[in-house]
Design a protein around this ligand. Sequence first.
Ligand SMILES: [Zn+2]
Length: 362
Amino acid sequence: MKNEMNLLLSLIVCVFSFTLVACGQQAGAEKKEGSTTEMPFILKPESEWKKLLTPEQFHVLREKGTEKPYTGKWLINTKNGIYTCAACGNELFTSDMKFDSHCGWPSFDREISGGKIKTATDNSHGMSRTEIMCAKCNGHLGHLFDDGPTNTGKRYCVNSVSIGFTEIQSNKNEKELSPNKYDTLTLGGGCYWCVEAVYEKLDGVIDVESGFSGGTVNDPTYREVCMGTTGHAEVVQIVFDPVKTNVEEILKVFFTVHDPTTLNRQGADVGTQYRSVIFYRNKSQESIAKNIIADLNKQKVYDNPVVTEVVPFNAFYKAEDYHQNYYQINSQKPYCKMVIQPKLEKFEKVFKSRLKKTNKQR
Ligand SMILES: [Zn+2]
């Protein structure tokens, strides 16, 4: 609960100016123009919708209400899956279409094709906006704006309460179905919260998990690793698509966002669990890592020599769930603001052109 409060606060701080013209619509006259569909239409009397929907759903979907910004269930949902109309189950968006708009409502840059969403002009509140509705049941979803940050230029601003979500383990499935398609690298660069947050944003990265590697204890807990007696380092395991990124780039990011010259230490975090280490899985990863380190030392990129270990990978133990996506969920905590955010900003500056397109550019 505390985490949720922190998140809420952090989101409120991030409000962008277009919040003012976002979903702030109350009931307005329903209009039929702009319809783009011939979908089978579900016609029910409002009294029946009232029975089927929660009061909040009914208010938004049937009375064109708007949920309060930063309160919706799906605002920060980053799982893979499909978003459906909460009233009729019509499939509207996929998680690939979702992006972080900082407007307080779930935002998408396009819709599932096939005329599942229809539009209408909404002149309420002294503004002219484009209303979006489920084409199958006429349920009010939100509004469509032309200020999207991705290449579509669109922002579908949708009430969480209007949509449902079905998770699909697409990356994981794909990882298992085509194990040869992706490559994996395991890196220790101090606190894994920081390193994970960075790699989540790099284009070509399929999956990042925080965990432990390089020690002697099987399946350790975070507490055990913190004691410094397991031999494990805090690491991130990065699964990436070698067509879109590669070991060189991943290591370049690695050497940009952590200090590889402090032995068993990153800033205030001290102990062997914070050592700088590259766990290679094959000869190629080993030689690329060693070459980059030799180069960094030769060019005197840092004031002191690089102490990063390059050692063979043995095992990876995933950390407890609350360590995964830590920054995303806790971005307003002091540690995140003071330690992780500067690293993230540095990464975003240096690797500007290499950010995932779905992340809003700062
Ligand atoms: Zn619907």
